[in-house]
Write a protein that binds this ligand. Sequence first.
Ligand code: CA
Length: 682
Amino acid sequence: MKISFVNFRHFKKYLSMIAIIFIVAIFFLLYSCTNKLNNSSNLNNISDTSKDTSSQEDYFNDRLIVGYEDENKIPDILSLLDGEIILHIPELNAVSVKIKQNVENVINNLSKMGNISKYGIRYVELSHKRYLEPAYKSKEPEVSLSKELITVSYFEYANYTGESLDFYQWGHRVVGIKSAWAENLFGDNIVVAVLDTGVDGTNPDLQGQITEGYRPLYDFIVPPNSDSSYGGAHGTHVAGIIAAKLDGKGVVGVAPKAKIMPIVIFENGGWYIGDDYTAKGIIWAVNHGAKVLSNSWGGAGYSQILKDAFDYALEKGVTVVVAAGNSTSSQMFLYPANYPGIIQVGAAEFNGGNVKTAYFSNGSPMITIAAPGRNILSTMPQIGSKGYDSDSFVCSENGGYYGFMSGTSMATPYVSGIVALLLQKYPNAKPWQIRKIIQSSALDIDEPGIDERSGYGVVQAEVVNGRLPAIGGTDFIVHTTDYFGSWDIQSVFVSLVGTSTDNRQVRYFAKTNKDGLAKFISIDRGVYNIFVGGPDSFESSKGLITQCLRKEEERQYDFKNYNLSDLNTLDVKLSSSAIITLESKLANMKLVFQNMLKPSTDTTAYTYVDFSSTSSYDFSKLSGKYYIKAEINQPVMSDITLSGTIIINGSKIPIFGAITKGSTSTILRDRIGDYWTVFGGE
Ligand code: CA
C-alpha cells in the first residue's frame, strides 16, 4: 500500500518555500544529530553508573541466574555457588542467586565440574545490563514543526484529533489513526504492559487509564492510577502514546481506551533491574492479563531467561513489541529486539513533505515496521511526582505535563497501541497473525519495498480493516542431541536464514536450552536454510555453562531449503570422530575413558582400552564429556611423561600427561583443558 501525503494543489505554490525550509531543516538535523548522539550515549552512561560501581561490565557482577531441574535441589545449588537466593521464578524454573565471588570465575568453575545436572542445574548465566532508548528529550520539538509545513506538505491543517495539543501529534496523521477510531476501535480494555521506568498515573491525561502494575525488584504491586514513575519520565511518555485520554485536552494516545500496566524495570535513577527481575516482570504481566508487552529498551547479550520469559508470553498468545534501538547502526545482536517471534520497531520522522526512517533508528534484517518516533509529544510526569522532569511544560487546559521525545522508544508504543486496536477486533489473534496483518498494511517508505531500516514501512491504523491472515506463521523447534539421542545438547546456535512466505529475507536466531531445544515461537513460515552450530566453546565467557572446551569439538550442520510450513520440529543429531594416539607404549598400560555426564558410581560411565600392545584408539563411538586417564599396574619409580595427539573431527591436538613418581595414572589433557566432548558416531 502506498499513499501520497503531498497535497498537489498547494505543492507548486509553496515549492520554493519547501526548498528553503528543507535546507534549514537539514542544517538543524545535522547539527542535532551530532549533539543528540553524544547526549544519548552520555545519558546511557549516567544511568549505567548511577547505582552500580562495576560500570565497565555489561552485566551485574554480584549475581547469577540459575535454571534448575528440580526445585528441591535449590538448597544444593545455593551451597555449590556459595550464594543466597534473591529471586525465584517458578514459571521458568529459575532463580537468581547473589554470590560472593567473581561471577565469571564461578561460571568457569562450574563448566569444569562436568555434568552440572547432577547438582540440579539446567543453566547458569549472567544478568546483563540493558538500557532505555531515548535519542532526544525536551519541552521543545527537536526540529521545528511549523504550521505551514504541515499545511503545505501534508494536508489542510485542521484539528485532527480534537485535542488541545493536536497540532504536534503529527504521528497520528501519518498512521491515520482516525480510520481505526471510525470503526469504533479504541483498544477497549486491552491491557498493554509497559516495561519501562514506571508511569505517573496522576497526569490528568492518564488518570483512569492505568491498571494495576508491578515492581519486580521489590515484589511490589503498583496500585491503579498511582504514580510509579520511579525510573524517570520515559515510561509516562510511552504510556501516553498508547493510551492518553481522548477528552479534548492535552494529547490522545492511539488506543485511548486501552489500559496501561506499568512494569517497572528501570528503577530509581533509571537503572536497569537485570534480566532476572525483568523476566519476573514479564511473567507477572502475562499472568495478570497483559495482551501486549511494549518494550522500549534493549542491550547486548543473549539471555536465556529473557528468551524463556518472552517465549512464555508468545506461547500464551501475548504480542511482544520491541524497539530496534537508536545507535544509528545495523544490529542483529541486541536483545530483546532480535528474539524470534516479536515485532521489532524502527522510528520514522516527518520533517517536511516526507516520512522517512529517522537517522538514529537502528537497521536490522528483522525490523518489522516503522512508526512515528521523532518529535513525539506525549505525557510527562506531573511536578512533584517521582519521575518529574524539567524538560516538560504544563498544558493550561488540564494542568497536565507534556514533553517531546525522539527514539525507537516512542515508535514502539505507537505499534503497541495499534496492536491493542487489532486485539479489540480479533481478541484471539496469535502474535504472528498480528505481526503479519500489521506488515501487510504498512505505508512503504525509504527504499521501495521491504528494507532493513523501516521493514515493511510505517504502521497504518487502517490495518483494522484488513483480514487476519490464516496462514503464514508457525512455531518451530530444533532439538539437538548426540548421535544416539542419549543426551540433549545445550548452547548450540541455531540460525534460520531464508525467505518467508510473504517473500521477505528473514533471519532468526536462538540457542538451544538445557533440553536441547531452540524455540522459534510465532515466526514466519517460509523456506529457510537452517544452520546448526556448536555447542559454543566460548560460552563460558558470555554466560551459560560451556558444553565443550575447544572450537575443534564444535559441530556444524546445514539443512538447506527446509520448508517450515511442513515441519514443526527438526531433530539434529550431532556426531564426532575422535582418535587418540600416544607416542610411547608402557607395559600394562590402559586408558580409562570416564564420561562425566554419568555418575561416577555408574559402571557404564567407564570404558577401558588396553594400551600395552596398541598405541592408538578410535573412540568415535563414545558420546559424552570424557576424562581420559592413562593407568598402569605398578607405581612408577620416577616421573614418566606421556605425549601424543587426539585427532578430533579431523583436527590434530597435541596432548600430554605425567605419571609422577609413586603414582599409577595421569589425566591426558591439552593446554586448554582436561576433558573432551564427543557426540558419538559410527
Ligand atoms: Ca487528552
